[in-house]
Design a protein around this ligand. Structure first.
Ligand SMILES: [Zn+2]
Length: 213
């Protein structure tokens, strides 16, 4: 099992949601607990809704990799990682099961209370590494666990795409260097069936409604 000590000045404030992206639960479990894999996570939730607590959240797990969100870099330092069993885009991406949503909802409720985590800080791997990661992906519906990540007040101001990407939470370096991947990450968040980087009028409207809801 890979883990590190948390630094005293870096407190847990995010929950990062992932999918395992592996063919079986067993292979995912083994990889996440194998020291030579260079990855780990705090929790794994199977399709049957079983929650495996792989690492105590007081330690740092290695789930996020190179990552940035808002003004933070290396999100492992600030987060708890939850892996959802799903074959992922490479091996047959499926809908998440009802039992998975139900267990995830309970787990997040528990973590929110214990670590004072805000809804806006429940984030996706594809948000914090948009140029590298696609998980949990467009088939993950955060509303099914009763979370609304955004509660900006609607205004009459017209926002540019860059301003909306910043409000969504992307780190400035991603907006500047990987904008098309940021747009694709937002489309996953919007549960679009087709993920591309086009900025249609419908997308701009949907994006506005997502962050000003
Ligand atoms: Zn991931």
């Amino acid at each position: 099992m890979n883990y590190s000590a948390r630094k005293k000045n870096k407190i847990v404030k995010y929950i990062v949601i992932h999918y395992t992206g592996m063919k079986t639960l067993k292979s995912a479990y083994q990889k996440l607990s194998d020291k030579s894999s260079n990855v780990s996570a705090h929790y794994l939730i199977s399709r049957k809704g079983i929650i495996f607590n792989l690492l105590c959240p007081k330690y740092k797990a290695w789930h996020a990799g190179k990552s940035k969100w808002k003004n933070n870099i290396n999100i492992n330092d600030y987060s708890i990682g939850i892996e959802l069993e799903n074959k992922g885009h490479d091996y047959g991406y499926t809908n998440y099961s009802k039992k998975q949503y139900s267990s995830l909802k309970n787990l997040i409720y528990f973590l929110k209370i214990n670590f004072f985590i805000l809804n806006k800080n429940i984030i996706f791997h594809s948000d914090i590494a948009p140029n590298r990661k696609e998980d949990p992906g467009e088939r993950f519906f955060i509303k099914k666990i009763g979370i609304n990540r955004f509660n900006n007040k609607k205004t009459k101001k017209i926002y540019t795409i860059d301003e909306m990407l910043k409000l969504y939470g992307f780190h400035m370096s991603y907006i500047e260097n990987h904008k098309r991947f940021c747009i694709m990450a937002v489309k996953r968040s919007l549960n679009y069936a087709v993920i591309n980087s086009s900025q249609s009028k419908k997308f701009v409207k949907d994006f506005y409604n997502l962050i000003f809801s």
